[in-house]
Design a binder for this molecule. Sequence first.
Ligand code: KG4
Ligand code: ZN
Length: 358
Amino acid sequence: MVLGIETSCDETGVALIRASTDPGLPPGLGGQAEILAQALHSQVSLHAAYGGVVPELASRNHIQRLAPLSEQVIQEAGLSWGELDAVAYTEGPGLAGALLVGASLGQGLAHAIGRPAIGIHHLEGHLLSPLLDPAASGLRFPFLALLVSGGHTQIMRVDSLGQYQMLGETVDDAAGEAFDKSAQLLGLGYPGGPEIARWSARGNSKRFELPRPLLKRSTLDFSFAGLKTAVLTHVQKLKAADGLDDHARADMAAAVQEAIVDVLTTKCRKALQETGLRQMVVAGGVGANQRLRAQFNAIQKSDQVEVLFAPPHLCTDNGIMIAWAAALHLLAGKPAVMSPGFTVRPRWPLSAFTPKTS
Ligand code: KG4
Ligand code: ZN
């Protein structure tokens, strides 16, 4: 029974899960989680006026929300604090101040009830969340993972629970950032991903040509900064000609979505071919994108591979994925040692990851 706390960015997420795994399978596979209670407070409206997350506002809001949400989750589950087996929180990467709020409460709670506090890597939380879907019961190591969020775009090879090898990553902006910045240039709402997706539905993706950097290169790395510059150039031209109307916005949104989806799917196909792996998971906020899912579904059929996603509401940040990652490590028999002091890691590559329990 694990409480998960997520405060790395602009969502305050808390969840309480009861997890179990199939002892016949390697640790991390064939797991199940019963979600006993969950709460999620989005700070979107707080940051919307700025077009992006303001770190200081994020930390202050987490401070206000986190303790009441934790109390609420325990009450909804009808449990007392002492019934928890562990308290997990996001240790990094993320905004330092925001991470400290979750780490402080997580460590404090764990200390108070005499149970382990587990610092979780945020990206590992994303990466393991597709395993919450019963459809993932056939997943076996090694497999590939595409992590696409507001801060990261990476293709990883997953050899076992806790062993992640980076095969490619963005050299500049993350895919989610490309969605967010393009939306901002078009005067659409924040966060940009869902807005671009919404506007794309009535747009023509072929009207504007946008670059797909590194697409034809042999590398599995990504680059999205040129996309933002190209959108800016189109927007400036349209504005000069008094042509940035809703029609143009929808067409540009569709072109942006198509360019990002095209790059992500092409690189993943290449990674599957190069590694010879036949199973992959897609995780992180951008994984909620319907066009991306549709293109991956087409690849499943054409290339005879299996592509698994987290349920759409678990693609973006939440407490469930943090509780789940911690539960998988606990069920895998990680030693739980109480130690004084704790840290947060605003920058923390997943490939340098060493699971730690304190
Ligand atoms: O994983 P996440 O919630 O937070 C980070 O760890 O960064 O991802 C947030 C990102 C934002 O950039 C947001 O615009 C993007 O995910 N996003 C989407 C969609 N929903 C969220 N991008 C494209 N299509 C969506 N439906
Ligand atoms: Zn995230």
